[in-house]
Design a protein around this ligand. Structure first.
Ligand SMILES: NC(=O)c1ccc[n+]([C@@H]2O[C@H](COP(=O)([O-])OP(=O)(O)OC[C@H]3O[C@@H](n4cnc5c(N)ncnc54)[C@H](OP(=O)(O)O)[C@@H]3O)[C@@H](O)[C@H]2O)c1
Length: 284
């Protein structure tokens, strides 16, 4: 441990570790990768579909932290067999992996009555089954090593359901439950499982979104810093700011009040049954 003017500085719990981050080609995943590099990880495994974007992120990492090895793993999380092969190879060639961040996700904003089954299927497949497949393969290996941390990226919409995001909210609530269950199961194996619950963040995902009233977007960099702070503090559910935490607590204690507030804040067109067809966010 180093000391600075009488204070003891704890070494980052990420220092010298290997981390695999899904959805690392842009947005919050990219910001987490860059923040982890600043925190001194040894190796970053970057997962998403777009190889070129992953390579660009790897180059940016090398520029800010030349000692960090950044490896692009292009894979589509909806292709279960492809994911299984890629994860097994990643562990064999670059493991052991101490940090897994299940961040990849898609969202479709639409009034429920205009929603399309293929959009809901995509959300379920990427947000839930994709996370499940990656976690199953990595968690077993972490458990065998008796070491690891898994971060599942939910959302404030995983605590406060939002009109016009019904299936997306459903996936994010499910991630909170999945995370709680795994936390109990894996803690005897020394594998920590936490959730990250960002609020509205300025990324491709929300480019054409009709925002809720009184909500200003934060930055992906702020989300990444909140994650590192939360990990260092040993938090199980990591919020980006105190306002999010208070809102989540209010939703659990006075749900009728939060439902009223959310309904007032919801975008008008999308909260109406005859609203225009939904638009896709963050999915290709
Ligand atoms: N932005 C927000 O306001 C917000 C708020 C709360 C929570 N979140 C959550 O934060 C996470 C990241 O969101 P973001 O805002 O950073 O979104 P984003 O900018 O749209 O990025 C999504 C990431 O997921 C990857 N991805 C999408 N489909 C994939 C697939 N089938 N296979 C592999 N990778 C796939 C994308 O890469 P490719 O396109 O290259 O595959 C990209 O790297 C999501 O789980 C989201 O639900 C976001």
């Amino acid at each position: 441990m180093k000391t600075l003017q009488g204070y003891t500085l704890k070494p980052s719990l990420l220092a010298g570790k290997t981390a695999l981050i899904t959805g690392a080609s842009r947005g919050i995943g990219k910001a987490i990768a860059l923040e982890f590099a600043r925190q001194g990880v040894r190796r970053l495994l970057l997962v998403a579909r777009n190889r070129d974007r992953l390579n660009t992120v790897a180059t940016e990492i090398q520029e800010i932290a030349p000692e960090v090895e950044a490896i692009a793993i292009p894979v589509d999380l909806t292709d279960t067999s492809e994911v299984s092969i890629a994860m097994a190879k990643a562990w064999r060639d670059f493991g052991p992996i101490q940090f897994l961040v299940n961040n990849a996700g898609v969202a479709h904003q639409t009034s429920f009555l205009s929603s399309q089954p293929h959009q809901a299927e995509k959300e379920l497949h990427v947000n839930l089954l994709g996370m499940y497949t990656v976690t199953r393969l990595i968690a077993r290996r972490m458990a065998a090593k008796q070491e690891g941390t898994i971060v599942n990226v939910s959302s404030l919409m995983g605590k406060i359901a939002a009109p016009s995001f019904a299936t997306y909210s459903a996936t994010k609530f499910a991630i909170v439950g999945f995370t709680q269950a795994l936390r109990s199961e894996l803690s005897p194996k020394n594998v920590r499982v936490v959730s990250l619950l960002p609020s509205l963040t300025d990324t491709d995902m929300v480019r054409n979104t009709e925002f809720f009233k009184w909500v200003a977007p934060t930055t992906p960099e702020r989300v990444a810093k909140a994650l590192v702070t939360g990990l260092n503090r040993g938090e199980n559910e990591i919020f980006v700011d105190w306002q999010s935490k208070i809102s989540a607590i209010a939703s659990g204690t006075v749900p009728w009040l939060m439902e009223k507030v959310v309904s007032l804040a919801a975008p008008r067109s999308e909260s109406q049954p005859n609203a225009k067809p939904g638009y896709s966010l963050g999915s290709a």
